[in-house]
Design a protein around this ligand. Structure first.
Ligand SMILES: Nc1ncnc2c1ncn2[C@@H]1O[C@H](COP(=O)(O)OP(=O)(O)OP(=O)(O)O)[C@@H](O)[C@H]1O
Ligand SMILES: N[C@@H](CCO)C(=O)O
Length: 293
């Protein structure tokens, strides 16, 4: 059985803890029943011994598998990871979503995507990464009574994601602590207005509106101060034709959305100016988590 989950970019500027989209960069795991427990790792995280010995995926998978099957069983897990760890591209959501989906799939128990989302919420209490990881596309999400309420929109092929992945991580936990404890009425109104406009722009495919609508004053500046080059990355992407450029999740990746015909220019100007950072251009993913026999 093969399970794949896309990377995600959350917040999208003003939509803190609510907006997110899926990018065609995948973590994949192949699972087979086996006489002994074993793990192989390729790609992102493969040089991190912690991921072999104390893997969040395996802990979550085992809990769900035991609850469903009422017995323990050994498996071989083959991970091929494209989602970089702690770079704001939803690596933890990818792990949570794929571990839960895998346990159900291997035990042959049907799991609706809505239920998967609510189960994942117990591990990540904001829905902006887990929702696109499960559903694909652009998603608006909020949580009520421990349930995710979300609306999704597919993203067209003529749009591309250009991501700049710094050589240093930012942990989500610490990046959340960097935020102010309280916000003024003016700042709150600014973000609500921009988040609403951004959502409307995605829903009505008004791509030209994204540049104005993606402005945020509640979280990016506080977090980007930890890696000041990110302000320059954002400016470079916007000056070269990006429709929007925002801190991806809690960072450190900077996400830009652009027309396909502008993506090459944006990518090469970013690569030239930031040779020590990784720059990738990808399509958007409209499928979310996928399970194949
Ligand atoms: N492929 C993986 N296998 C096992 N554990 C992983 C894997 N990828 C990430 N993790 C776990 O998730 C942690 C990273 O979570 P964190 O929320 O800090 O970053 P992120 O999810 O990449 O960023 P963001 O939520 O801002 O998009 C890692 O320290 C590790 O514990
Ligand atoms: N909305 C979350 C995304 C990171 O997981 C944050 O910005 O902290």
């Amino acid at each position: 059985m093969r399970i794949s989950v896309p990377a995600t970019s959350a917040n999208l500027g003003p939509g803190f803890d609510s907006l997110g989209l899926a990018i065609s960069l995948y973590n994949q795991v192949v699972i087979r029943p086996s006489k002994f427990h074993s793990v192989s790792l390729r790609g992102e995280g493969s040089n991190n011994p912690m991921l072999k010995d104390n893997n969040m995926f395996i802990a979550i998978f085992n809990d769900f598998y035991f609850n469903l099957a009422k017995k323990k069983r050994n498996f071989r897990f083959e991970f091929t990871n494209e989602v970089p760890l702690s770079r704001g591209l939803g690596s933890s959501s990818a792990v949570i979503v794929s571990a839960i989906a895998s346990a159900y799939a291997i035990e042959g128990v049907k799991l609706e995507k809505e239920k998967l989302l609510n189960l994942a919420l117990a591990y990540e209490n904001h829905p902006d990464n887990i929702t696109p990881a499960v559903m694909g596309g652009f998603n608006v999400a909020s949580v009520q009574d421990n349930e995710v309420k979300s609306i999704r929109k597919e993203l067209p092929r003529f749009l591309k994601a250009v991501v700049v992945i710094p050589n240093r991580p930012i942990s989500t936990q610490l990046a959340r602590k960097a935020l102010p404890f309280k916000y003024s009425k003016e700042d709150t109104i600014f973000n609500i207005a921009h988040s609403s406009l951004l959502t409307a722009a995605f829903m009505t495919e008004n791509w030209e509106m994204l540049k104005t609508a993606s402005k945020d004053i509640v979280h990016q500046k506080y977090r980007m101060k930890q890696m000041p080059e990110l302000f320059d990355v954002q400016k470079t992407a916007l000056n070269n034709g990006a429709l929007m450029s925002t801190l991806s999740g809690s960072g450190s990746t900077l996400f830009s959305l652009c027309y396909k015909e502008d993506s090459q220019r944006i990518e090469s100007s970013l690569k030239k100016r930031f040779p020590h950072f990784r720059v990738l251009t990808r399509n958007f993913d409209n499928s979310g988590v996928r399970i194949e026999d």
